[in-house]
Design a protein around this ligand. Structure first.
Ligand SMILES: [Zn+2]
Length: 940
């Protein structure tokens, strides 16, 4: 079967008839769904394809439910993702060009022009669009845009003006992830692998050396300063003596570089770490003089490269000092379940040999967690402070420690000591990328910069967080488990730099040297889809799209006539644009990959809660899992990125769609395998042949039990599929429609000699139900079944289900199983004589009864009750539900009607008697022993 040929035919017809280009229809309910628009820094791959397919299936399904459906698409040109690729091509990066050649078949002469970011973006926008069309996505292309269109820029300016007016855009001093090469902030979409830099904070404690230099130690546990026995420096690495904020400090060369983005640092001289070993420094809190020891385990790329040693509470320090034979333990913290020296205890318990033992990591974690969660500062810590101070300073300091530190929980003491040291000038702080290394797209490792005078979106604002949580609580989230991740992200987010110095996009309205970055200009654009077509139709120019214009269109502010006059537009046009927005908004579903939960999707919530009134807040989010290809993560370096268009060419759009739909449920990661796609293609071809041949053979009239059964079974399956689609259980729905329905039709064909014309109704219903998953095949079948114009526009099928018929076939199935078992015992049998005990009331009583006594009191004879109860208990829930729903059921006539089917299934000649038919012979005593729902069977 030539899938591509059918697909092209229907794609052309849909486009010609403008099937997916909705306009508002007042009175008709709407369904508005969007999926995250792609960056055209390459064409879309099968991972995008999965997200768009899920949205498309939901869109198509809701069209069948009679909703007016809008599913639009745009392209995200903003920021560094596109620019970086273009720059590397312009710089002659052969590998980047090779990637494009291999993955997307980009011709050589095109590649040469891709040093121009706009050329590159336009090329891949067109290619991606072509892929989406090939895939059969029911997108309304009349609303397509890019984020550098002047109209879009006006819209983003308006959004930022709103945020600014609400005080949510703030200027100030704040740490950000920073590319030293590009001199600009970097967020998740500016980094390799889209990794969000996680910014953490070290406490610095200034130990003053006898040499007059400051040795700033970096620690996450400032309270342990009270138990320091020595400092560590890596003897084999490069250190610097540098002026930091006016003080001469010793720190690793790498630390001096990193710290220079956070404060004033001037390197005065360089020296090996070994040159500081043996010097003595004073603990600024206790006043004790302690030595500097060498330690190869000190990582100069973390913190300052100067580390304090607290052997009683830090397993690494204990192990290293034990190796040197210099252990001196100062206990500070008491923890339930541990002795005076938790670090020593754990190291010994685990049998750790020396400082190179990898299990020290685990030991450190254990001690850290135990002390943090249930540790208390010992009461005697106050005696240990201020040794170097004259009275009364010493007593004052001891008094402070006795009152505010001693006896307090560790977590409380930690914060107090840190704040006190910082205020006293003996401590400071240093920011660090905690999930380092994180690399800019240009390959440079990211550092933390403290930005002054930069614009931030203040996601830390407590009121904004509260409103966003309220919005989240009002939404449907698929899968359910993602809700907790959204909540955590809302809690965790703080100020976020919202502009960059490079890349395409919209300049900040009040500071045009900055370009609004890509995760900040993509948060409410779903609203823009609803109006852009009208804006173009009415010929409005970008400069007419002022703040007053958007205020009126999106917020209903102001008077249409006045606004129209102010912007120089027709009042009718303005009203029509506002009406279109009001019709489509709010957004019903937002679809995206789950990797966007910690950034884009949460920003989407924040910005909607800030800008729009509650009744326009979005209603649902679907976050789908990853796509692997043949068990592997897709990556450019492995060159295994499967471009969507290539996958369609290789397998066909419908086979690809069906494979993506059935390979994993929405929330699960999906492993795409070519052999599965090929077998799905065969399956679809068989469905096509089955439907066409059944329709051709259906030459007789009349509706008997087999036809009623097929219609009932189909009704039940399609009802279940609809329920699954309502729950966004796409895979489950696809199994009902593409697999269980086929099985039902095949069973029907086994039941009859010649199919009846009555089944055409079921075939048509099936074609419609198939349409969301395999729309081209569905349209082709719809046409073959004599229907016009489009399956895509047909209502979701409603078939009448007859429960009695479903029960009859379940019953016959059981009988076939029984006969098959008997046949094993009596090989060579030619004929089955079946005795039916037609007493359905007893069966109904048996599925309800809890015990034999209850069954007997319901009127079932004692000699039958126990056996009948055993029969009832073996039935599954579906079967029991059918029995409960059906009032009257005649086993005898059901079997008589299904005789052809029984005969074919068992390979035997079938004779059916009523068990109470006195004229019937009682072969093998089977007539006497027949029970309702368990016929007596005699083989001969
Ligand atoms: Zn960079």
């Amino acid at each position: 079967m030539d899938f591509r040929q059918i697909e092209e035919k229907w794609q052309r017809r849909w486009a010609e008839a403008r099937v997916f280009e909705p306009t508002p229809e007042p009175g008709k309910p709407k369904f508005f769904i969007t999926a995250a628009y792609p960056y055209p820094n390459g064409a879309i791959h099968i991972g995008h394809g999965r997200t768009y397919l899920i949205a498309d299936i939901m869109a198509r399904y809701h069209r069948h439910k009679g909703l007016n459906v809008l599913f639009p698409m745009g392209f995200h040109y903003t920021g560094t993702p596109i620019l970086t690729v273009a720059e590397s091509i312009a710089a002659g990066d052969v590998r980047a060009m090779e990637d494009f050649k291999v993955i997307y078949d980009v011709p050589e002469e095109e590649l040469r022009k891709m040093g121009d970011p706009l050329y590159l973006a336009n090329y891949f926008k067109e290619l991606s669009k072509q892929y989406m069309k090939k895939m059969g996505l029911s997108i309304d292309w009349t609303r397509e845009f890019t984020t550098i269109d002047p109209e879009y820029q006006q819209f983003i300016r308006w959004q930022f003006k709103k945020l600014y007016d609400k005080g949510l855009l703030v200027k100030g001093r704040h740490p950000v992830g920073w590319c030293p090469k590009h001199q600009m902030p970097v967020g998740a979409h500016d980094t390799k692998d889209d990794k969000e830099p996680d910014i953490g904070e070290w406490t610095l404690i200034y130990f003053e050396g006898e040499d007059g230099l400051i040795y700033p130690t970096a620690t996450l546990r400032p309270e342990t300063v009270l138990g320091v026995t020595n400092l560590w420096i890596n003897p084999d690495e490069d250190y610097a003596v540098a002026e930091v904020d006016g003080r001469k400090m010793v720190l690793s060369l790498d630390a001096a570089f990193r710290l220079s983005f956070q404060t004033r640092v001037k390197t005065l001289e360089r020296a090996r770490g070994s040159s500081f070993v043996g010097r003595k420094v004073r603990n600024p809190v206790t006043g004790e003089l302690v030595p500097i020891y060498p330690a190869p385990f000190v990582d100069v790329k973390t913190g300052t490269g100067v580390v304090m040693s607290v052997p009683a509470h830090a397993p690494y320090d204990y192990a290293a000092l034990r190796d040197l034979g210099e252990v001196r333990l100062i206990p500070l913290i008491s923890v339930e379940g541990y002795g005076e020296y938790p670090a020593k205890e754990v190291v010994e318990r685990m049998g750790i040999k020396d400082q190179k033992d990898p299990r020290l990591e685990e030991a450190t974690k254990e001690v850290y967690m135990a002390e943090f969660n249930k540790g208390y500062m010992r009461l005697d810590v106050a005696d240990r402070v201020g040794l170097h101070l004259p009275e009364p300073a010493r007593s004052l300091l001891r008094g402070f420690f006795a009152a505010f530190i001693a006896g307090k929980p560790v977590r409380e003491a930690r914060d107090r000591i840190r704040a006190w040291m910082e205020a006293a000038g003996i401590g400071g702080r240093m920011y660090e990328i905690m999930n380092k290394p994180v690399y800019c797209r240009c390959g440079t490792e990211i550092v933390v910069k403290v930005l002054e005078d930069q614009w931030f979106l203040n996601y830390g604002d407590p009121n904004w967080k509260r409103a966003t949580k309220e919005l989240l609580a009002s939404m449907r989230i698929v899968p359910d488990e993602a809700r907790a991740q959204f909540e955590a992200t809302i809690d965790w987010l703080d100020k976020r730099a919202c502009a960059r110095t490079r890349g395409m996009g919209t300049p900040l309205p009040w500071d045009p040297t900055w370009i609004i970055e890509s995760l900040s200009d993509s948060t409410i654009y779903m609203a823009y889809y609803t109006v852009i077509r009208r804006i173009r139709e009415f010929g409005l120019k970008p400069e007419q799209l002022t703040e007053a214009f958007w205020d009126y269109v999106f917020l209903g502010k102001g008077d249409a006539a006045e606004v129209a006059k102010a912007v120089g537009a027709d009042e009718k046009a303005l009203r029509a644009i506002r009406e279109e927005f009001s019709y489509w908004y709010p957004l019903d579903w937002r679809n995206s990959g789950k990797d966007l939960i910690p950034n884009h999707l949460t920003f989407f919530l924040f910005n909607h809660s800030a800008i729009f009134p509650k009744e326009l807040w979005p209603r649902g989010i679907v976050a789908n899992g990853w796509v692997l290809v043949e068990g592997e993560k897709m990556s450019k370096s492995k060159r295994n990125v499967l471009a969507l268009g290539k996958a369609v060419d290789q397998f066909g759009a419908d086979p690809l769609r069906a494979t993506l739909a059935i390979s994993a449920e929405v929330d699960q990661d999906l492993d795409f395998r070519a052999n599965v796609a090929r077998s799905v293609a065969r399956h679809l071809e068989e469905i096509y042949n089955l439907v066409v041949s059944t329709a051709e053979r259906a030459t007789r009239d009349g509706e008997g039990l087999p036809e009623m059964w097929l219609r009932s079974e189909a009704a039940s399956l399609l009802e279940k599929a609809a329920k699954a689609l309502d729950d966004v259980a796409i895979r489950q729905a696809a199994v009902y429609v593409l697999y269980d329905m086929r099985r039902a039709l095949e069973r029907y064909l086994e039941m009859v000699e010649v199919p009846s014309r009555a089944v055409l109704e079921v075939l048509k219903a099936w074609a419609v139900a198939m349409e969301p998953f395999v729309p081209h095949l569905a349209e082709e079948l719809w046409e073959r079944l004599g229907e016009r114009p489009f399956a895509a526009k047909a209502p979701w099928p409603k078939l009448a289900a007859d429960r009695r018929t479903l029960l009859a076939v379940r019953y016959a199935d059981r009988l076939v199983e029984d006969v098959a078992k008997l046949k094993e015992l009596r090989k060579g049998a030619k004929r089955a004589v079946i005795y039916v005990n037609n007493n359905f009331a007893w069966v109904k009583a048996a599925v309800k009864a809890r015990d034999v006594r209850e069954l007997i009191s319901a009127g079932v004879p004692g000699e039958v009750a126990k056996r009948l109860l055993d029969v009832a208990r073996q039935l599954d829930d579906d079967f029991k539900a059918l029995i409960a729903e059906v009032d009257d059921f005649d086993e005898y006539s059901a079997l008589a009607e299904l005789r052809t089917f029984l005969s074919r299934e068992t390979g035997l000649e079938i004779a059916v008697y009523r068990a109470d038919d006195e004229k019937a012979p009682d072969l093998g005593g089977k007539k006497r022993s027949a029970l309702p729902l368990r016929a007596g069977v005699y083989l001969e």
